[in-house]
Design a binder for this molecule. Structure first.
Ligand code: HEC
Ligand code: HEC
Length: 452
């Protein structure tokens, strides 16, 4: 089923500023006519629409300090936090604004602090600074510090002689408010990804991600197979991580409650403590905005809103069907990880199971893309890092809408070509084949990627 907005735009053929789509859009993909009013991938009934509107409002709410008059249960932000609303990082559910150059990191590029080994559980964060480095604090509490980025230029050439440059980042945590970080703590720079289509990714059956790998589908403690995000136990069932750059969150609800707690200092019925550690006494002593600070009504609405969001159609229709670019994508080996299609199983209002196929261009699995992309610990030692294949749907929308889009987990890539050039490790072969393309083939591939 296609949402109303999609049908209307297709019937019109041409909406202002939007190209006509030669082919029917994949399931879940809709034209985003007004970016402040993102469409849903299915029709919502009146009650659902009201919840979606409330959820949308929750993501746009600027939370205020505990005890602010007339806060109407939207108080309790901090004491330590990054920003006061989801929207600061995920502007209208879209990708966060990445770093432009040297200097202070933008809000949407945050630092997670993890204790090895990763994948980790909630408790394995820095003993003093907690799970997310919080550069902002309420009055009377010291911020944890600031994040400064330095880039070093790397220059190279494609086989056809044309030049490319990449910027290799390093991150300094300065003005530390609570003494040194633990030397083994891993510094994980992470840029806010888009939220669009997450409800569809959540509906991909585990069997489609795991494939036929032996010993992975049972409920007994089978070995974690390489390339699969962490299994986690939730309500007596084993679930697979699938959100975040490393697939560390198992659901939209999981990611949302973590964001409330760690990035915004807001407790919920799921995560009842914010990110203050025992060492951060001033943080612990501040009043809170209730227990929990985010009511279940607001939390549920925020989760529902996100789960129904459609994926933005590219404003760029494929010229001539994009055949050459698509074929190169497969030939180079990109499609092995960026899987064009995945099945989804959704529940209809009457409980019926509805099956569809989505085109997210991810396998929702983890891959080693080489040490050049790996995180470092506080002592400066690189630690092997495995990444969830980034979904490529919505790429065309990003390229059109953002003035300076950045790519990869820390926004180091300033173009799609740079993102591909950074691929190493398991993707080394694909990257080499990309470097050896002729300029016209490279253009065809990049043009086609812009139609996703
Ligand atoms: C300070 C910036 C920041 C704020 C505020 C923030 N996020 Fe995020 N968000 C991120 C980053 C960074 C990630 C990637 C996390 C990772 O890789 O582990 C992320 C990931 C997500 C994802 C998973 C997306 C995907 O497909 O992998 C969802 C959903 C999400 N955030 C929802 C929210 C909601 C809801 C809020 C408000 C309650 C929120 N975020 C607040 C930065 C932020
Ligand atoms: C071995 C698996 C693998 C292969 C092969 C692979 N990729 Fe990726 N790709 C990834 C992973 C994992 C990421 C996320 C890495 C990160 O953010 O650090 C990614 C990220 C990207 C991004 C950035 C997306 C974003 O939202 O920032 C683009 C673009 C991309 N890949 C395109 C390609 C193309 C084109 C090819 C073929 C030339 C390719 N990839 C081959 C796994 C792969």
């Amino acid at each position: 089923m296609r949402g109303i907005a999609g049908l209307a735009a297709l019937a019109l053929g041409l909406a202002p500023g939007i190209a006509a789509w030669a082919e029917p859009l994949p399931f879940g993909v809709e034209p985003f006519i007004h970016h402040r009013d993102p469409p849903f991938f299915r029709a919502l009934d009146d009650a659902e629409r009201a919840r979606a509107e409330l959820g949308h409002e929750v993501l746009n709410t600027h939370w205020v300090p505990a005890g602010t008059p007339h806060a109407e249960r939207r108080d309790g932000v901090g004491p330590l936090f990054n920003v006061d609303s989801c929207d600061e990082c995920h502007n209208e559910a879209a990708h966060g604004r990445g770093p432009m150059g040297d200097g202070l990191a933008p809000f949407a590029l945050e630092i997670h602090l993890a204790e090895p080994p990763v994948p980790r559980t909630e408790t394995r964060c820095d003993p003093v600074y907690g799970c997310v480095f919080n550069p902002v604090a309420l009055r009377g509490v010291r911020p944890e510090g600031q994040v400064v980025i330095h880039y070093r230029e790397i220059v190279g050439r494609y086989s056809d002689g044309s030049r490319w440059t990449l910027r290799a980042p390093s991150y300094d945590l300065v003005d530390l408010g609570y003494g040194p970080l633990a030397p083994q703590t891993i510094i994980e720079p992470r840029l806010a990804p888009a939220i669009f289509g997450d409800g569809l990714l959540e509906a991909v059956p585990i069997s489609a991600i795991v494939g036929g790998a032996p010993g992975t589908t049972g409920s007994t403690g089978a070995q974690q197979p390489l390339g699969l995000p962490a299994w986690q136990w939730r309500h007596g069932a084993r679930v697979l991580g699938r959100f975040g750059w490393q697939g560390s969150a198992v659901s939209i609800r999981d990611q949302t409650t973590r964001a409330f707690a760690h990035e915004m200092g807001l407790t919920s019925s799921v995560i009842t403590r914010d990110d203050c550690t025992a060492a951060e006494t001033a943080c612990l002593e501040q009043p809170n905005g209730g227990s929990p600070e985010v009511s279940d009504t607001l939390l549920d609405a925020a989760v529902d809103f996100q789960s129904w969001l459609a994926v933005p159609a590219s404003p760029q229709a494929p010229a001539g069907g994009g055949g050459e670019g698509r074929a190169l994508f497969v030939e180079l080996g990109c499609a092995a990880c960026h899987r064009p299609q995945l099945p989804v199983e959704l529940r209809a209002a009457n409980g019926d199971l509805i099956r569809h196929t989505i085109e997210p261009y991810t396998d929702l699995r983890l891959h080693d893309l080489g040490m050049a992309l790996a995180d470092r610990n506080v002592a400066g030692v690189k630690v092997q890092t495995r990444w969830r294949t980034a979904p490529l749907w919505g790429l065309g929308y990003r390229l059109k809408r953002e003035s300076s889009p950045t790519f990869l987990h820390d926004g180091r890539a300033r173009s799609v070509a740079e993102a591909i050039l950074w691929h190493g490790g398991e993707a080394r072969g694909a990257q080499r084949r990309f470097e050896r393309l002729q300029a016209s083939q490279r253009q065809a591939l990049l043009l086609w990627l812009g139609t996703l």
